[in-house]
Ligand binder design. Structure first.
Ligand SMILES: C[S@@+](CC[C@H](N)C(=O)[O-])C[C@H]1O[C@@H](n2cnc3c(N)ncnc32)[C@H](O)[C@@H]1O
Length: 225
């Protein structure tokens, strides 16, 4: 599915989110500024796609004059290929691999961030286990993804997400199923407390969820003890 939508992915992201996506990536990267400012930091952008999360992480590292190494991992070659210009310009290393079988040794990464990718994994617990395995003790994880807000905002958002967004997505990408899949995958994704419980069960500590933009999206943070 991601191979099919890759050519229009960036455009669609910006149109469908009305550019709020940029704020979410930047805010997430800033939260991890302490790690990114370290010259020896190894950072993994999991499910990196066309690379906008990696770019935001690299911008924070550059601002801190750090040479933190950023690895952009995705299993869709077309998604990585459409991000190549961004990756090359910033010395970000793209890597074609499956998030459920990371080709990385245990305890070797300081920070794993995943933006709008984790929700797509076929097995969330296996994904958490892999993140935990590759993190160094003291390393941190950040999972940014959509959420379903309650109240009035939830109703408005539900209408936009289920009725409007799939139509615009289908017209621009030419792939109807992809943008029907998006609201369905968000509905299937665990609510914040369940996700935090799963993170704790995988071994993470200090888990918390930070809502973004009325809870339309949010960042899960946790540490490997
Ligand atoms: C919605 S895109 C997000 C891309 C990017 N992180 C962003 O914020 O724009 C989800 C990405 O997850 C990737 N993905 C889904 N399952 C994966 C897996 N098991 N291993 C690696 N990548 C995966 C897809 O190929 C796709 O590029």
């Amino acid at each position: 599915m991601f191979d099919q939508i890759a050519p229009r992915y960036d455009l669609l992201n910006h149109v469908l989110s009305m550019n709020v996506d940029r704020l979410w990536w930047r805010r997430t990267a800033r939260i991890f500024a302490r790690i990114l400012s370290r010259n020896d930091a190894r950072v993994l952008d999991l499910c990196a796609g066309t690379g906008d999360m990696s770019v935001a992480l690299q911008a924070v590292a550059a601002k801190k004059k750090s040479n933190a190494a950023i690895l952009a991992l995705d299993f869709s070659r077309p998604m990585l290929q459409h991000g190549l210009t961004k990756y090359r310009a910033r010395k970000i290393q793209p890597l074609e691999a499956d998030a459920l079988q990371l080709p990385l040794a245990d305890n070797t990464v300081d920070l794993v961030v995943s933006a709008f990718g984790f929700r797509n994994l076929a097995n969330y617990d296996a994904g958490l286990y892999e993140i935990f395995r590759v993190l160094k003790p003291g390393g941190e994880a950040g999972i940014l993804d959509f959420s379903e807000p309650g109240g009035f905002m939830g109703k408005f958002y539900g209408f936009y997400f289920r009725r409007v967004l799939p139509r615009i997505g289908a017209v621009i990408s030419g792939v109807r199923s992809a943008y029907e899949y998006l609201p369905a995958s968000v509905q299937k994704f665990p609510a914040p407390q369940e996700m935090l419980d799963r993170m704790a069960a995988a071994g993470f500590t200090e888990g918390n969820w930070l809502p973004y933009t009325f809870g339309i999206a949010g960042l899960y943070r946790a540490k490997k003890p």
